[in-house]
Structure formats: structure tokens, C-alpha cells
Write a protein that binds this ligand. Structure first.
Ligand code: GUN
Length: 280
């Protein structure tokens, strides 16, 4: 293996050290940050993510409130609970765990989150702020990816970054943040022609596709930095990213593992967004 492993777990631990001090300082002023989480239904992956988010809060002394709703509630019930958290003084930051049941209009539901409590940075106000380069809450996974690239001193200015996947929560915002770092960004999706050729031209490759092992070593430019956002559970129960780690790590210069790469950074950035919201 030639690639340097980008250790998200270790970097997240460093972020927690800094946040712990900030939480203690806030406690001295009588402020306890509080994170609200709405979980609709019982998707097993979402259950795991929410459990990990609550554990991270406990580790830092952040209060958390999880509102569990059954998968067959109507949209208005979810919105009612978002509005209750908007008005809850003990909650400075909140998120609705995604995906929502297919019967719901995700954009309509999320539009009810108060932008100043938007832990995921996905309300139109925060997405617009990101687009215009104005200060606002940043989506957690994209923010974590940039911190990882900086931690490992991956050159970004002038680099060709290729983002595969155009979701509102990862693909679109990470492409904006990479542009902010002066990357030349190409966004790819299911309709992209000559996808393999575009991927092979990437100095920085962000894979947010949701297909286990989709990107293999032969598709990667030698010495590229490969960021794997995928967390796919195989039938065997094993977790696998969107990148075939073994073959990719023979070619890449830097690579994030799954688990232990982007995942821990997403949660660390959620904690950072929550502490920042409490500080304001
Ligand atoms: N589901 C998978 N990742 C995320 C995330 O970062 N935020 C929310 N709200 N839901 C998710």
C-alpha cells in the first residue's frame, strides 16, 4: 500500500479536545449547548447514526434530546415537532435525521427548521449563505472533508477536484467548499458521460455515490487524494465505502478508510456546529 491513511477518528478526537474546553467555558457562563434530533421511523442505519450523535454529546457535556416518531406519522406531525424544538430554549441546534420516509416531502419538512438552529446547514438560508460566501452553518460532512484535507496538507489550490454525487447535504456543498479553497471542481452524477475518464483526472476525488466498492484502483489518478463518503452495509454486516479500499490504496496518495474516515468527522463537525450555535 502506498497511500497515506487519512485518520478521521484521530482528527475527530483532536476536535473534541478543543470543543471540550469551549463547552466548559460556556458552562462557566451558565450555558449548556443542547442538540435536538428528530428520528422518524426505524431505519437501522439512522438508528446507529443517531446513537453515535447522542454519545458524542455525552462525551462533551452537550445536552441532547431525541424525538422519536413512528414511520407512519404524517408530515405535519414532524413539522409540529420541529417547531417545538425551534421554540425550545434548551436547544440551540437541531437536525432531522435523513432519509425521511418516502411519503414525505423532505424539502418541505426541512424548510421549517429555524436557520439559526440548523445543525446540518441545509436550510435554504444556510445553503444560500454558502453559495454566496457569507457566514452560515456549514453542512457537517463537507466541513469535515475540508478539515481532513487541511490536516493532511493535501494541496487544494489549483487542484482538480471531482465530486461524484450531487446531494444537497454532501455533493453540492462540498463542491462549493472545494471551490472556496481554489480547487477547480467537476461535479459528476448518474448521467455523466465518460465518468471513468473524469474520475481518472481527479487530484482530489470525493465519492458520495452510495454504491459499495464502485470506485476501483484502476479508475484513480496516481497520488490522488481519495475521500470516501459512502457507508454501505453489506449482507455480511460489514461496512464498505463507495471505494474499493484495497485496490485504491495501491494507487492513491491519500485515502480515507471506512469506517474511521469521514464518518467520525461528520459527527465532530455536528458537535462543532452545535457549540458554535450555543456561543452565538
Ligand atoms: N443521514 C445521513 N447523513 C446525515 C447527516 O449528515 N445529517 C442528517 N440529518 N441525516 C443524515
Amino acid at each position: 500500500m502506498s497511500a497515506v491513511i487519512m485518520d478521521g477518528k484521530a482528527l475527530a478526537a483532536k476536535v473534541y479536545e478543543g470543543l471540550k474546553i469551549q463547552v466548559e467555558t460556556l458552562a462557566g457562563k451558565g450555558v449548556t449547548p443542547g442538540l435536538g434530533v428528530i428520528l422518524v421511523g426505524n431505519d437501522p442505519a439512522s438508528e446507529v447514526y443517531v446513537r453515535n450523535k447522542v454519545r458524542a454529546c455525552e462525551r462533551l457535556g452537550i445536552a441532547s434530546k431525541v424525538v422519536r416518531l413512528s414511520g407512519d406519522v404524517c408530515e405535519s406531525e414532524v413539522i409540529k415537532n420541529i417547531e417545538a424544538l425551534n421554540g425550545d430554549e434548551g436547544i440551540c441546534s437541531m437536525l432531522v435525521q435523513l432519509p425521511l420516509p418516502r411519503s414525505m416531502d423532505e424539502d418541505r419538512v426541512l424548510s421549517h427548521i429555524a436557520f439559526d438552529k440548523d445543525a446540518d446547514g441545509i436550510t435554504v438560508q444556510n445553503a444560500g449563505a454558502l453559495l454566496n460566501g457569507i457566514k452560515g452553518a456549514l453542512p457537517c460532512t463537507p466541513r469535515g472533508i475540508i478539515e481532513l484535507l487541511k490536516e493532511y496538507s493535501v494541496p487544494m489550490s489549483g487542484a482538480h477536484a471531482v465530486v461524484v454525487g450531487r446531494s444537497n447535504i454532501v455533493g453540492k456543498p462540498v463542491s462549493m467548499l472545494l471551490q472556496r479553497e481554489n480547487c477547480t471542481v467537476t461535479m459528476c452524477h448518474s448521467k455523466t458521460r465518460n465518468l471513468n475518464d473524469v474520475i481518472r483526472s481527479a487530484d482530489i476525488l470525493v465519492a458520495a455515490i452510495g454504491k459499495p466498492g464502485f470506485i476501483t484502483g484502476d479508475m484513480i489518478k496516481p497520488n490522488a487524494a481519495v475521500i470516501d463518503v459512502g457507508i454501505n452495509r453489506l449482507e455480511s454486516g460489514k461496512l464498505m465505502g463507495d471505494v474499493d479500499f484495497y485496490s485504491a490504496s495501491q494507487v492513491a496518495g491519500f485515502i480515507t478508510p471506512v469506517p474511521g474516515g469521514v464518518g467520525p468527522m461528520t459527527i465532530a463537525m455536528l458537535m462543532k456546529n452545535t457549540v458554535e450555535a450555543a456561543s452565538q
